[in-house]
Design a protein around this ligand. Structure first.
Ligand code: HEM
Length: 375
């Protein structure tokens, strides 16, 4: 066993993360052993090493998903299937896969594309935009709200709750945002039970698990997770990806000349800018990469360092192991539709000069704004 190394790292408030999340993580990884302890947010491990990440994310007996935030005081709302370990996890995962698998998602393509066109078309006549407010935030949220049957007029309000619930360093603010989401979903579930529509919540109301319908608390938990998992992640992927594209005119020329390169570009950008830090908790005293870990210790898995560890290796943007993202087919479709529609509509794009890139940390890291010059 080796003596645990300690760093002073607050994943919510670290100034380096707020200035440039990936550069800061690179700096920390460079200076730290594979697994280090930080006393911040109640004290937790930070896992940087690809092999250690694979172990934590696949060895569900030793590392449980039951705790979703490093902070012990964080509101703990159960999220099915994310916070379940095997064997309880699989039936719910299979149920959701029947709605979010590749075949189901392919059916959504025309409607995702229509949203992309609707949001990007107004930019054709403009010379600049703030990409997150204009496209990256409303596009996935609109798709998602439609798919779930949430009222579109409350789009910005719901996105605000999701953002606070994931990224705020203030436990009380996170708790209040959770409450707002639960209230909105409870109302919607009640409405759909009484009068079903053609949306995902109505379908879930009639789904069965082990031969019985989902109980109200299960339905709420699933919807709550979909809400948090599906709103802000795609926005961040779009923002990081577009920032890269805007800074790389050669890449713009290449995908314009050959659109079949877009899916590979999407994967490359997800790898380069992986932005989720996911959490596990040790089920007993154990060791990881030679470091002693105690029962109940939380571990923050920095997926970005896992993604960029080896050139040829599969990225970890969507996680690794049994909880690998169930929304990845939808996310990929949205990203592809974004870039294709962008090429159809916008000539070329560049980064507005002199901007600093403010970011937020937390379980899901993201850019706050992105100013672009269009021509
Ligand atoms: C680019 C966009 C996205 C990224 C980067 C992303 C990332 C992730 C990651 C890293 C995990 C694994 C977390 C863990 O192991 O603890 C995950 C799980 C999950 N994601 Fe995503 N996600 C994205 C979009 C979506 C969307 C659009 C949806 C919903 C439609 C979604 C639904 C889920 C669900 C339900 C899980 C839990 C899976 C399970 O526990 O078996 N995600 N996501």
């Amino acid at each position: 066993m080796i003596q645990p190394a300690i760093i002073d790292f607050d994943v919510f408030r670290d100034e380096g993360l707020h200035a440039d999340a990936h550069a800061r993580l690179a700096e920390l990884r460079e200076a730290s052993p594979p697994v280090v302890w930080t006393p911040r947010n109640g004290g937790h491990w930070v896992v940087f090493d690809r092999e250690a990440l694979e172990t934590v994310l696949t060895d569900t007996d030793r590392f449980s998903s039951s705790r979703l935030s490093v902070s012990p005081d964080a509101p703990s709302v159960p999220m099915i299937p994310l916070s379940l370990d095997p064997p309880a996890h699989a039936p719910y995962r299979n149920l959701l896969l029947s709605h979010l698998g590749p075949k189901e998602v392919r059916k959504l393509e025309p409607f995702v594309r229509a949203w992309a066109e609707r949001l990007i078309a107004p930019l054709a006549s403009r010379t600049s935009c703030e990409f997150i407010g204009d496209v990256a935030a409303p596009l996935p949220v609109s798709v998602f709200m439609d798919m779930m049957g949430l009222p579109l007029e409350r789009r910005d309000e719901f996105r605000g709750y999701a953002l606070t619930a994931i990224s705020s360093g203030d436990d009380a603010a996170r708790g209040a945002a959770h409450q707002q989401i639960v209230m909105a979903l409870a109302q919607l579930i009640g409405e759909r039970r009484a009068s079903p529509k053609d949306d995902l919540i109505s379908a879930l109301v009639f789904d069965e698990i082990d031969g019985r319908p989902l109980a109200d608390h299960e339905l709420m938990s699933i919807c709550f997770l979909l809400f948090l998992a599906g709103l802000d992640t795609v926005t961040n992927a779009m923002a990081f990806g577009m920032r890269h594209l805007a800074g790389d005119p050669d890449l713009q020329a290449r995908i314009r000349a050959d659109r079949s390169q877009i899916p590979a570009m999407v994967e490359r950008l997800l790898k380069l800018y992986t932005f989720v830090n996911t959490v596990r908790v040790a089920t007993g005293d154990t060791e990881l990469a030679g470091t002693p870990v105690k029962a109940g210790d939380a571990l923050m898995c920095v997926l970005w360092t896992g993604s960029v560890a080896q050139e040829g290796a599969r990225h970890m943007a969507f996680g690794f192991g049994p909880h690998t993202c169930l929304g990845m087919h939808l996310a990929r479709l949205e990203l592809k539709a974004l870039y294709e529609t962008w090429l159809d509509t916008i000539g070329s794009v560049a980064l507005a000069p002199d901007q600093t890139f403010a970011m937020h940390g937390g379980n899901v890291m993201g850019l706050k704004r992105l100013d672009l010059v269009l021509s």
